[in-house]
Design a protein around this ligand. Structure first.
Ligand code: SF4
Ligand code: SF4
Length: 200
């Protein structure tokens, strides 16, 4: 099936010439690469990417992304800041780490994506995914454990709650979801861990 995002990704040939080929090390944007590495991608060998595409070949969510992990790394090498920060691939990535485990060059695309996401949030990039993330974080901070119906209601309003109700009922009947808000066993310990995470 050719989805909207896959057809967008297919635009890599210009007049028969491949436009997203590997670039030489001296043409890479070292400032951008350093920025991403400093943000938490310190184990990521971004400059070592040879554009083999192994990461994209195994990516579990590639059909939902406007650019593959391989292309994302290339754009980071080129310093195409705005395109990278606005890519939906940042938010469609499920952090499954398949790309990282298969990359023959130690690029660690999943860590790179996490690092770029943090930069995007700090730069005020806003979309449905950032809104969802923020609501998710707020609710986990509030009671320590997510109460899914509350997440649905905050994110999608009453209609969101109604739309997800059949799935919620199924999950509850199978014991996969509590019908009532839960609490962490040791809120003090949870809050201490949260504070520690915020400082990192
Ligand atoms: S698998 Fe690694 S080297 Fe190959 S394209 Fe992906 S990030 Fe680059
Ligand atoms: S971690 Fe993200 S980019 Fe890597 S394979 Fe999984 S979904 Fe794709």
């Amino acid at each position: 099936m050719v989805t909207k995002s896959t057809s967008k990704r297919a635009k890599k040939f210009v007049f028969g010439l491949k436009s997203d080929r590997q670039i030489d090390g001296d043409k890479m944007n070292s400032n951008f690469i350093k920025k991403v590495i400093a943000e938490g991608g310190d184990g990521a060998a971004i400059a070592a990417c040879m554009q083999c595409g192994t990461c994209s070949g195994g990516c579990t969510n590639i059909d939902l992304m406007d650019m593959s992990p391989r292309t994302l790394i290339l754009r980071i090498q080129r310093g195409e800041w705005e395109t990278v920060l606005n890519s939906n691939a940042l938010w469609m990535c499920s952090s499954c780490y398949i790309c990282t485990s298969r990359c023959p060059r130690g690029v660690r695309p999943s860590d790179v994506i996490e690092a770029v996401k943090a930069i995007a949030i700090r730069q005020g990039i806003e979309n449905d995914s950032t809104r969802f993330n923020q609501i998710f974080v707020d609710l986990v901070q509030k009671r320590g454990i997510l109460f899914e119906p509350e997440l649905m209601q905050k994110y999608g309003g009453l209609q969101g709650l109604i739309d997800q109700a059949p799935l919620g009922i199924k999950l509850t009947l199978k014991g996969k979801m509590s019908p009532f808000p839960d609490k962490v066993k040791d809120p003090k310990q949870f809050n201490a861990a949260l504070e520690k995470a915020k400082k990192q």
